[in-house]
Design a protein around this ligand. Structure first.
Ligand code: NOJ
Length: 570
């Protein structure tokens, strides 16, 4: 009789073993803006190393760094002129080694940004191509121009750059146009050339050999263009959308330059490279892929058939589909999409911000910072935090004169550039009330520090009991509980403004409630099974009058405007 009971107990306590990347929080560092160690007004590697303890304090297990490689900085590091070298203003290879060593000591994994779609027009590869060196010429995408009715040479077709204007740039040296889907300084690489494919695998191997734990893969859905041989050897025009501005990226529908089938196979090939390393030492290297795409297409990055792909195809629903004005129903719908489409054996991931997107405090509201962190950190799956979201940093104001982001500059519009510029979310990290928010001792930082840093900074929040920082730390800690690592999930819009979800595992039962409006409501949480009677406040947002430990009633929770709560069923 004893045996079956024992077996049942053993079964109940034997959870699936999770790998390091399945439970950790990934923290994105934008190196230029994190911490400047040498007073030149630009963040650097030694600055990051000096603050790795801060990540530890947050409970972070992995950090992905935006590009640190040699670059003329037309797109602040996303235009790489040497994929195997560190940019001088960020430090040296030795500094990078020190960063890796310190990270290892603290058990923080380092993830680098792999930018496969393009290189730089100031790279040796490109310079050699212009000299007619065949090997390097074939690294890029060249096309003849067309002569218009006035006898003037025009770009090969109507393709538009993400950063406005033609995606083609003429080079007299070779008498051809090259493709750049981003800035002119970012010539697209030619993935139909097997030499490029191998070169870029070597880039992956080079950094894996140094000890990085994986890559965030940039702009992946731009990797391939349609095979021009299918169109008589000429790249075809993309269909018009109805947008009247020929310089705008939205002018054409990018059916030939985005989301091409060949892209997914390349991701699977890179995964094979990562897995070769795993096979040799048992340690999983990860890939996080960046594609702003439909849920259906996003899921293809996970893998197909017996091919494995990215462990984390970024889920941008909380960025692209909803904001602070969205209804609770829309929030629920945005969250459900990824969970609905994802393969049953893969993990979801949650991303509310990055260096390309307005900050959560600005896109949602400062009052919703903790609520959004509750959502990102406590939904089932992997959480990704952009530096500064843990303290609720807001978009900084960057004047037209100070604007450096090509996406802002290329608008040529001193009034409306703000809508396109990504500088506001890249302003220096706010460490303290000291000069330049403790980011740098320089007289001028590469971007101005955002207003309000004197009170909105890490130091102040460390010393304030109810602060975004402390809420964040509690949430990261809570995330370690079985209800969140292994638990099930259900959600509901309790009304059009209040979103709630439940996470549970065996006896552990939590409910997270976020009020997206400023109005107060009384809501009934007994909608959720096994949520009755007394609930204890485990975490509350900083404006909430309900302190940790407060008891509320499941059937009549009074929720204040913009209040967010994590409640534990007693
Ligand atoms: C996506 C990156 O996040 C962005 O910052 C960059 O400008 C483009 N890819 C081009 O690399």
């Amino acid at each position: 009789m004893l045996l079956p009971i024992f077996c049942l107990l053993a079964q109940a306590s034997a959870q699936k073993q999770l790998d390091w990347w399945e439970t950790t929080v990934f923290y994105q560092i934008y190196p230029r803006s994190f911490k400047d160690s040498n007073g030149d007004g630009i963040g650097d590697l030694n600055g990051i190393t000096s603050q790795l303890e801060y990540l530890k304090e947050l409970g972070i297990g992995a950090t992905w760094l935006s590009p640190i490689f040699k670059s003329p900085m037309y797109d602040f590091g996303y235009d790489i002129s040497d994929f195997y070298a560190i940019q001088d203003e960020y430090g040296t290879m030795e500094d990078f080694g020190n960063l890796l060593a310190k990270a290892k000591e603290l058990d923080i994994k380092i993830i680098l940004d792999f930018v496969p779609n393009h290189g730089s027009n100031e790279s040796v590869w490109f310079e050699e191509a212009l000299k007619g060196h065949e090997k390097y010429y074939d690294y890029f995408m060249w096309e003849d121009g067309v002569v218009d009715e006035n006898g003037n040479l025009q770009p090969p077709n109507n393709w538009v750059s993400v950063f406005r204007k033609s995606a083609w740039e003429y080079r007299e040296e070779v008498g051809k146009y090259y493709l750049h889907q981003f800035v002119i300084g970012q010539p697209d690489l030619n993935y139909r050339n097997p030499v490029v494919v191998e070169e870029m695998k070597n880039v992956i191997r080079f950094w894996l050999d140094k000890g990085v734990a994986g890559f965030r893969v940039d702009a992946i859905n731009h990797l391939f263009e349609v095979d021009k041989e299918l169109f008589g050897g000429k790249y075809p025009d993309e269909p018009r959308t109805g947008d009247e501005d020929p310089d705008s990226y939205g002018y054409v529908d990018h059916i030939y330059t985005r989301d091409q089938d060949e892209t997914y196979d390349m991701v699977y090939q890179w995964r094979d490279v990562l897995d070769e390393y795993k096979a040799s030492d048992g340690f999983t290297r990860v890939m996080m892929t960046e594609a702003y795409a439909s849920p259906q297409l996003t899921m293809r990055y996970f893998g197909e058939g017996d091919r494995l792909g990215s462990q984390m195809p970024f889920n941008f629903a909380l960025i692209s589909n909803v904001n602070g004005k969205s209804s609770a129903n829309e929030i629920k719908y945005a969250i459900d999409q990824f969970l609905t489409f994802k393969p049953v054996d893969k993990l979801a991931n949650w991303v509310a911000g990055n260096h390309d997107q307005s900050r959560v405090a600005s896109r949602y509201s400062p009052e919703l910072v903790d609520g959004m962190n509750m959502i990102v950190l406590l939904l089932p799956g992997i959480a990704v935090t952009y530096m500064g979201e843990e303290i609720g940093m807001v978009d900084g104001f960057v004047s037209w004169e100070d604007t450096v982001d090509p996406s802002g500059c290329n608008t040529d519009d001193p009034i409306n550039y703000v809508q396109s510029s990504r500088d506001p979310e890249r302003t220096p990290f706010q460490w303290s009330a000291d000069k330049n928010a403790g980011f740098s001792t320089a007289d001028k930082t590469w971007l101005p520090v955002a207003d309000g840093y004197e009170t909105l900074n890490v130091e102040v929040q460390r010393n304030t009991d109810r602060s975004h920082l402390n809420v964040y730390k509690s949430l990261v800690q809570l995330r370690g509980e079985l209800a969140f690592t292994h638990g099930r999930y259900e959600s509901v819009a309790l009304n059009s403004d209040v979103f709630a979800f439940r996470r549970w595992y065996n006896g552990e039962n939590y409910v997270v409630v976020v009020n997206f409006r400023e109005e107060q409501f009384t809501v009934d949480l007994t909608y959720f099974e096994n949520v009755v009677g007394d609930l204890e406040v485990t975490v509350s947002n900083i404006q909430s009058p309900k302190a940790k430990g407060t008891i509320v009633q499941a059937d009549r929770l009074e929720i204040f405007g913009s209040e967010s709560l994590v409640l534990k069923v007693k």
